[in-house]
Design a protein around this ligand. Sequence first.
Ligand code: COA
Length: 722
Amino acid sequence: MAQFTRVSGSVGLITLQNPPVNALSAAVRQGIIDTVQRSLSDPKVKSVVICGQNGIFCGGADIKEFGSDMRGPPLVPMIHTIEAAHKPVVAAIEGIALGGGLELALGCHYRIAHSKARLGLPEVTLGLLPAAGGSQRLPRLIGVPAALNLITTGRHVTAAEALQLGIVDVVTDHNTVDAAVKFALSAAGETGQPLDARRISTHPCPRPSDLDALFEEVMHKVRQSARGAIAPVACVQAVRAAATLPYTQGMEREKELMATLFTSGQARALQYCFFSQRAVGRWSMPSGACWDTSKPRPVHKAAVIGLGTMGRGITVALAQTGLSVVAVETQEKQLVEAKQAVSGMLQRGAKRHGVAPALDKISYSQDIQAVADVDLVIEAVFEDMALKKKIFQQLSAVCKPGTFLCSNTSGLDVDHLASQTRNPELVVGMHFFAPAHVMKLLEVVYGPRSSPQAVATAMQLGKKMGKVSVAVGNCRGFVGNRMLKPYMEQALFLLEEGATPELVDRALEEFGFAMGVFRMSDLSGLDVGWRVRKADGLVEPGTASGQSARIRQGRRYSPLGDLLCEQGRFGQKTGRGWYQYDKPGSRVARADPWLHGFLEEYRARHGLVARQIHHQEVLERCLYALINEGFRILEDGIAAGPEDIDTIYVFGYSWPRHRGGPMFYAAMVGLPKVLERLEHYHQAHPDVPYLQPCGLLRRLVASGSPPVQRWREVIKKLHSHL
Ligand code: COA
């Protein structure tokens, strides 16, 4: 809806009304058309102000409408009518002007923004481009390079930057609507034809002298960072049209490009990600407790135990939210190094955001007694159950009653830790991802005894820290790392069967991962998994010579990673791993002839004959094994729905966002096909249980392979039968 009122005698005030962000639904578009018409035909109205209710201008097109048949009046002619108006139209921008919201404002003759407002054209993040004239008007207003930057990244700019770029005419700290009304009154009083110069579509687009070179360079960069996403490329093409064609033809091109994007699977995937990211905040536990009924307790003071890489990142992230943090590290040398590192990270972060570093928020101690009065503790010591158990016993004795005790474990049994404490209901896992002050994902792990309040508190703290928090059940590896295991395992088997790390990684990177599995493994360190496998009794040093070396605990096993570790090849940190590096710590991975020889020797020793392996097989085996485990996780109730898994993979494991996440991808590929391929590979490798199709997958296929949004119904039925 849009409401019309007349204010200050002659200003028609149009207020967009569609909570929570005044998105441009069909009703709002119709409302704008009606009220603009009314303002233009009413002789008492001399000028017009468009604003949004509740201090929010407009969040753009209504994304919920995209999946439907899009009824109602289109945006483009609506914005043209506003631009062509013979009375001045002023946009009063409070809160946000995003996407169609900014395009609407660009159709107005003047734009006034509140100093706290944010503006942008984020369509690219939804697999689209600004197709209500945004790709044609913005370059005309602020020039091609700046417009390319905004449109291809979708980034939001502050009011100050918008003013500097020339997107807005005035920024105010006061009431924006009042300022806009005042502005409209004076604009209506101006003589001559000042409005002609204010119609952006009539401006020529400034043409950089080296236009071809500029577009070539931008296109190259965009293709590289897009990792297969098509929208950023289309955005460049649209801006190029603005720079090279007359406005009307540019608009045709914008429409044409949008038509391709709008119905693409990538746009569907990205819009699914948008809603999934928000849906995970509405968490629930098998007990029935959920976000709606469980109140978090406020956290004013928190503690971090252990200041290794993870502990340092968590300390920074906590301090940046404004909390008081007690950072405990028992080893003096480590403490001194950590202090320096944390201060450095805080200072760099503060510089980037133009704020003061929160150094004074942190107090350091070598003594665990220092956490006695905190509201919540995050233990972040080495991944060793015996050590963690000891710390939880100490915390339970030291902390004041009611303190929440959280473990930053990446996969150990949270319930086992809870059993070390007097109040197991206060214990949850908070699994951060490295570097913890940068990575957006947080898995909040509830055990069978965790209280809903403990979960709610951890979820809220995560949100405050700017994380996308996903509540998951307690099992080995939780969601993310549990699914990674079969993925990694398939990659190793492929090496045994004839692939190289380069071939496997190339297939995965072409699919859209930032890094293939072997490069990722080199980055995070091969020794981490080795230590875990040793603790699990899987590693048999030096015995990889016999046939039995490829079977452990009754199932097929690849000792390749163990053999590299035995040679001290831990990855980037040692300068050798699945690849070779110029020096320890270097990031440039180069194929290693030694490794190829080693693989050949290994195959010969085990009577394996190398065969040619195609990218398709790499993708099917690695990804379908991972997806199959995702189905098991849903079947076990460890994740509440496919959106939770997909959000975890997009934010924590660099799964390409334009492919929605593993479960969405499975639905896009077609569940019958995923099932058929898993059956095929399981037949070929019967000693690999991860390839055996999960019952839930079969059930979904039997129920007609419903869209991913309807899987929860099938899962619910499955659980009610158990
Ligand atoms: N269309 C439909 N619904 C929208 C929307 C839009 N353009 N923008 C936001 N919403 C909804 C969200 O889905 C959420 O709904 P929920 O409460 O049912 O989950 C609600 O508005 C609040 O959004 P949220 O993102 O949780 O709030 P926020 O204050 O953190 O962020 C925005 C607000 C507007 C910055 C953010 O929602 C956003 O970036 N929206 C998309 C803007 C966009 O891309 N517009 C161009 C569309 S082509």
